[in-house]
Design a protein around this ligand. Structure first.
Ligand code: GDP
Ligand code: MN
Length: 427
């Protein structure tokens, strides 16, 4: 097949060595601009021209986007049906009989929520405790823009096996900044509302997205910690996690872990990409030569979205579950970029989500080998699910992603374009 000649060595090898049905179905046939891993010197600095070249997608496919979607979905189903267990590393930590004796990582389970979310938070915490935290006893941090009620605190505390902190966010970090042009904001929100963009006019939602993009890791309580696991009210966890996921991240040199990859609502991120490119042009030194560039720009399945978003595929890690190292967000590259983004007002004139923001930041400024798909964490945030085929899981349907959501699947792009063979073989 001719197109195989055009793809990078790292991918070519994997296509040939695991010539399964899954790999035969890879629908992209473009000339990929990725540098094979072996040629990347992680300490090298790319020129602006090199970066722009990598961040411009010019590929073509002989398939229609409908066919590509079907193929991607078939591939996703195949991947999800592969029987898995725990990550195949030899350093998983099991906890200790006596919790006081266990050396935890510097980590916390964290959630941003309102007082009225208590019941749905308890639903989720029960599952996190049962499957994970009853073995490790990591502390929780609850963040709120209003003060938590005593009733909220009392109810929650009944369900957790560890320390918990209930914190109020400084209004200066939560509220929209004064420099936002109100007229421009109203016009922007109306434009999105006219196109049925969810939460277009909900002020608190814009604040929330901005806070999760640039605030949470600098909250004084959060600054105590290095690692966080973000969870949300009403989300479901299906699988026993019998090893310490934070230690797993730390000891296997990972920065960020996710479960679900999706396309975004393009109207919400109309200028996020061009603004980012402006920043990158000023600071090419921040771009990681082994970044996850391809999945940010490959538009074969959803060209309309990428066109609207000026070249950003809109693919992102769904951030309502994430496990991450906050040193990355606190670091120079992400910090300077997020401050630049904030000044553009895009969190209010548009509705930039923390998911695409985290995802672009990580994909540009971090080595993609440090981004981990937690295939073994069965998870639902309505309407999407990651349901592994594993004996450790129960209560979800293996491989299910509702049919009407097929076009939203971006996980196969991550698999095909950014995961090397060792990452695919991790489970
Ligand atoms: P969606 O998942 O995009 O539909 O957004 P959610 O409504 O689930 O909000 C994302 C997270 O932020 C959840 O953990 C919410 O509890 C939290 N959240 C959203 N808006 C607010 C708010 O105004 N105040 C507080 N304290 N938390 C919020
Ligand atoms: Mn949610």
């Amino acid at each position: 097949i001719v197109f195989i000649l055009n793809i990078p060595t790292s991918l070519k090898d994997s296509v040939i060595s695991s010539a399964t049905n899954v790999m035969d179905k890879i629908p992209w046939q473009s000339e990929s601009k990725d540098i094979p891993d072996s040629l990347v010197d992680p300490s090298s600095v790319m020129t602006v021209e090199e970066i722009k070249d990598k961040l411009t997608f010019t590929g073509k496919s002989e398939f229609t986007w409908d066919q590509i979607m079907e193929q991607n979905y078939a591939q996703l189903s195949e991947i999800m049906n592969i029987k898995i267990d725990e990550p195949k590393v030899d350093n998983l930590r099991r906890g200790a009989e006596n919790p006081d004796e266990y050396q935890r990582a510097n980590a916390t389970l964290m959630i941003l929520s309102r007082n009225q979310d208590a019941s749905s938070i308890i639903l989720t915490i029960k599952q996190i405790e049962k499957h994970f935290n009853s073995k490790f006893h990591y502390p929780y941090v609850f963040l709120n823009d209003k003060e938590f009620s005593q009733r909220f605190i009392d109810r929650i505390k009944k369900h957790i096996s560890s320390e918990a902190f209930f914190e109020t966010i400084d209004p200066a970090d939560w509220n929209q900044p004064d420099f936002i042009d109100k007229e421009k904001q109203i016009a922007g929100m109306q434009k999105m509302a006219d196109e049925n963009v969810a939460y277009a006019k909900k002020m608190s939602y814009h604040n929330m997205c901005r806070y999760y993009s640039k605030g949470f890791y600098n909250h004084p309580r959060m600054r105590q910690f290095k690692w966080y696991w973000r969870f949300e009210p009403g989300t479901q966890y299906y699988c026993d996690i019998d090893y310490d996921v934070f230690k797993f991240m730390e000891e296997n040199n990972k920065t960020y872990g996710f479960t679900i990859g999706l396309y975004d609502i393009h109207q919400s991120v109309e200028t996020l990409w061009p603004k980012t490119l402006e920043f990158v042009e000023m600071h090419p030194e921040f771009v990681n030569p082994n970044g996850a560039f391809s999945w940010l720009v490959n538009d074969l399945q959803n060209p309309g979205k990428a066109k609207y978003a000026h070249g950003y595929s809109t693919c992102h890690f769904w951030s309502n579950f994430e496990i991450g190292n906050m040193d990355f967000f606190r670091g120079e590259a992400y910090s300077q970029w997020i401050q630049f983004l904030d000044k553009t007002g895009g969190f209010y004139y548009e509705r930039w989500g923390d998911a695409p923001v985290h995802s672009i930041g990580l994909s540009l400024f971090e080595n993609r080998d440090k981004i981990h798909w937690f295939r073994d964490i069965g998870y639902t945030h309505s309407p999407y699910t990651n349901c592994p085929n594993s004996d450790k899981c129960s209560g979800c349907e293996v491989g299910k992603l509702n049919d009407d959501l097929k076009s939203e699947n971006c996980l196969t792009n991550w698999w095909n374009l950014e995961m090397d063979q060792s990452a695919r073989d991790m489970y």
